[in-house]
Write a protein that binds this ligand. Structure first.
Ligand code: AMP
Ligand code: GLY
Length: 422
């Protein structure tokens, strides 16, 4: 069969690596892809947001299955465009991807269906938001309603900071139209865990847990980023937490979406905060996490293509999802200055060290070829993943592998997964 992956990050590289293990896949394409993905797939120069261009390509090449990695095309309705043309595609339709596309929608859904989450209010007018903020306790959390590359969340420690935040989001439109509406949310404390789940509209099967490190610098300092490193499983995601989430969060979310006429097919990413009062939903995403995929997929025993097909066909209940009894750690190698200003175009050396090593993976994010040479082409450049018998073992190996890769302005956090040793 012929498969197309949409996206160009480390997540899509991990998906491509996994899809390649399916022996019935005779041809794999990725749009637009990157230098690492090119090892597994033919990269085609179509932007991930050119929905009609993607559908034309899939139609012309007779693609049997398309897997969407990124949020933008999903929220934009790529699944609807493909399905209208009778093309098989894995991901939520536009009216279900809104769970990620609008924080106001997802908060209202949780409230309506009593799914545990932080208290909140939604505002369309900056003046109303400011009035409300005058009566709040601090810290408080401001969230741009729409997609903002994982950066549209501001934690404000004082009224003055919040005033600046409202101005940045709603008036200066720092995150574009994502800031037309604002969600103001109660600040929660606790450990964060990401749980991703396969969904077929009716059934939901959670995968193993993972934990991301969103801030740019060690000890969770610096700005929020797309994610600087992950580990899986999370030792903080205990059996009790799992039972609670299965009972009150995962199935409830899918049932709620069904009740709203928005059947969710694809990957539901639940960002959880484990608070003193129990697990609460921080956010939903409608796709694999990046870099969560880079630690989850290397641990997954099942064939990814078969699961995607089962989800599309509404037969997820027939899948027995299994993970290796091991651990994985991913450290992101970024460009110094990310997520703000950084230079790119530097030659990357040392990638050959990863060849023929079963428990070390190099997943490219922002890379491209210039001639035969792989060069840096983004803020997050490469994710280095290692698996091991334990988290400590995997962490030691992942950091060992970071020393194999060289380029000018290489930057990484040195404390990914450190919490597991404390
Ligand atoms: P989100 O995109 O909603 O996951 O937010 C990005 C990050 O901001 C999260 O991973 C948390 O670290 C932080 N955050 C979001 N909402 C809250 C909240 N209500 N309380 C504390 N931290 C939050
Ligand atoms: N790593 C967080 C995300 O993919 O949104």
């Amino acid at each position: 069969m012929k498969v197309l992956i949409i996206g160009s990050g480390g997540r899509e590289h991990a998906i491509a690596w996994k899809v390649r293990q399916n022996k019935t896949v005779s041809k794999l394409y990725c749009a637009p892809g990157n230098a690492g993905i090119a090892e597994y797939a033919e990269c085609v120069a179509i932007s991930a947001t050119d929905l009609l261009g993607l559908a034309d390509f899939a139609q012309n090449e007779k693609i049997d299955l398309t897997i969407v990695g990124m949020d933008d095309p999903l929220v934009g309705g790529v699944v609807d465009v493909f399905e209208e043309r009778g093309l098989r595609i894995f991901g939520p339709s536009k009216n279900a991807a809104i769970l990620e596309g609008s924080k106001a929608f997802s908060k209202d859904l949780m409230k309506k269906y009593a799914i545990p989450t932080a208290a909140y209010e939604t505002f369309d007018q900056p003046s109303e938001a400011l009035k409300y903020l005058a009566s709040c306790e601090y810290p408080i959390v401001l969230k741009a309603d729409g997609l903002a590359l994982g950066k549209g969340v501001l934690i404000c420690n004082s009224y003055d900071e919040a005033v600046k935040g409202v101005k940045a989001i709603m008036e200066d439109k720092q995150f574009g139209s994502a800031g037309d509406r604002l969600v103001i949310e109660e600040f929660m404390t606790g450990r964060e865990v990401s749980v991703l789940a396969f969904c077929d509209g009716t059934h939901i099967i959670p995968m193993t847990s993972a934990q991301d490190h969103k801030r740019a610098k060690d000890q969770d300092q610096g700005l929020n980023t797309g994610g600087m490193g992950t580990f899986s499983p999370s030792p903080f995601y205990t059996d009790d937490v799992d039972q609670f989430c299965k009972k009150y969060i995962y199935q409830s979310t899918i049932d709620a979406m069904k009740a709203e006429g928005r059947d969710f097919v694809g990957i539901l990413f639940v960002g959880l905060m484990l608070t003193e009062k129990g697990p609460k939903v921080l956010e939903y995403n409608a796709r694999f996490g990046d870099p969560e995929a880079q630690v989850i997929l290397p641990r997954m025993k099942n064939d990814l293509v078969e699961i995607c097909e089962a989800c599309i066909d509404g037969k997820l209940d027939q899948v027995n999802l299994m993970f290796e009894d091991n651990a994985a750690v991913c450290v992101i190698l970024a460009s110094e200055g990310y997520p703000e200003h950084y230079e790119k175009g530097f030659a990357i050396r040392g990638l050959e060290h990863f060849q023929n090593k079963e428990d070390y993976f190099v997943f490219h994010a922002g890379t491209k070829f210039i001639g035969q040479e792989v060069v840096t082409n983004g803020g997050r450049v490469i994710g280095v993943t290692a698996t091991g018998n334990t988290l400590i073992d995997a962490r030691r190996k992942a950091y060992e592998a970071t020393t194999w890769v060289h380029y000018d302005n290489k930057y990484m956090r040195t404390d990914i997964g450190k919490a597991i040793e404390e």
